[in-house]
Design a protein around this ligand. Structure first.
Ligand SMILES: Nc1ncnc2c1ncn2[C@@H]1O[C@H](COP(=O)(O)OP(=O)(O)OP(=O)(O)O)[C@@H](O)[C@H]1O
Ligand SMILES: [Mg+2]
Length: 329
């Protein structure tokens, strides 16, 4: 084994479901011991890619290697080296949280004592200590999700796949999950995680691949992407719709980007690099032009903003509910 070989390589992965093209030539490369964030809207193809890389699904075209083994022809070798937390739960709801963890540890050849010790650590880390001896079927959705994650952390796999690890979790639990991921990575595990949250990818990932309609449309380190996209977003709401064009021009001039305009909400937004200076310039420009502002904000960019900048259109989604999904800032 060489140390320079990437832990995950995918090239030209294609997958079709009926007439729906889920993956359209997806390329990925993840260095050993690093974290790749696969960022994309609903229906982008993230779960399909994870399913192929974890040998659960066969691609129609292209190839992939995980931990040095081909996912199609050496699936068994791949499986013993990976962990997967999916969007479906792997836990047994009849058992308590603790029993689930201990059982999983025993299945992975930990001694009874080591399995109990590992279960205690994970229950603590995932905020499940109090609920440890209750049946998992009585857990809330968020607690089940954390138990499901904890199960995939029982043993440290070489490569860990986390499909939306923090969706539906409150901010405190998200940070706990992030901290456990960091601990595993420090121990040498390679992680591929999918997420809708730009801030999550920013927090955890060494590199981010932005996926849209089954292919990677941008990739780089979080800092590279942010410097391309602007570190912050200026949002303006005008009092009078008739001044939108004027305001858009001012925002475009200051930000150097093409602003996103929502006429119905009388809203103009654009990415900026130097937060306060840009905001000050925008407000000065508006005042000089006598444009009346109802509300103004500087905020973290969302996945929608990223797509707006990369594609010039809103993130396409096959889930109507996704349009109203709040992206944590
Ligand atoms: N079993 C299936 N049968 C038919 N179409 C499917 C199936 N699984 C996925 N698709 C379609 O393939 C595309 C990619 O789906 P996928 O689940 O990989 O997206 P995703 O990026 O994981 O989305 P999400 O963020 O909602 O989890 C979507 O258009 C989806 O509707
Ligand atoms: Mg998915």
């Amino acid at each position: 084994m060489t140390t320079t070989r990437p832990a995950i390589v995918a090239s030209g992965l294609r997958k079709r479901y009926g007439d729906k093209l889920a993956l359209d030539g997806l390329d990925l490369e993840v260095a050993e011991g690093s974290v790749l964030g696969l960022l994309g809207p609903n229906g982008a193809g993230k779960t399909t890619a994870v399913s192929i890389l974890t040998t659960l699904l066969r691609p129609d075209g292209g190839r992939a290697e995980v931990a040095g083994f081909d996912v199609a022809t050496q699936a068994a070798q791949v499986r013993t080296r990976i962990g997967l937390t999916g969007q479906t739960d792997a836990i047994d709801e009849i058992l308590t949280g603790r029993q689930n963890l201990v059982m999983f540890g025993r299945l992975h050849h930990l001694s009874p004592r080591a399995a109990r010790k590992r279960a205690d650590e994970l229950l603590e880390q995932f905020g499940l200590t109090e609920a440890a001896d209750r049946q998992a079927k009585g857990y809330s959705g968020g607690m089940k999700r954390r138990l499901d994650l904890a199960v995939s952390f029982v043993t440290a796999p070489k490569v860990l796949f986390l499909d939306e690890p923090t969706t539906g979790q409150d901010p405190r639990n998200r940070m706990e999950v992030w901290s456990v991921v960091r601990t595993l990575v420090a121990g040498g595990t390679t992680v591929l995680l999918t997420t809708h949250y730009l801030d999550e990818a920013d927090q955890l990932a060494d590199r981010i691949s932005v996926v849209d309609r089954g292919r990677v449309i941008a990739d780089g380190t979080p800092n590279e992407l942010k410097s391309r996209l602007g570190a912050s977003q200026v949002d303006l709401v005008l009092r009078d719709e008739r001044q939108l064009d004027e305001a858009t021009e001012i925002v475009a001039r200051v930000s150097g980007a093409t602003p996103d305009v929502d006429r119905e909400r009388r809203r103009v937004s654009a990415p900026v690099h130097d937060r306060v200076a840009s905001l000050t310039d925008v407000l000065a420009g508006l005042q000089a032009a006598a444009v009346a502002v109802e509300d103004v904000a500087l905020r973290q960019p969302t996945l929608d903003d990223v797509f707006m900048q990369l594609t010039g259109t809103r993130a396409e989604s096959d889930d109507p509910a996704a349009d109203t999904t709040e992206v944590a800032a």
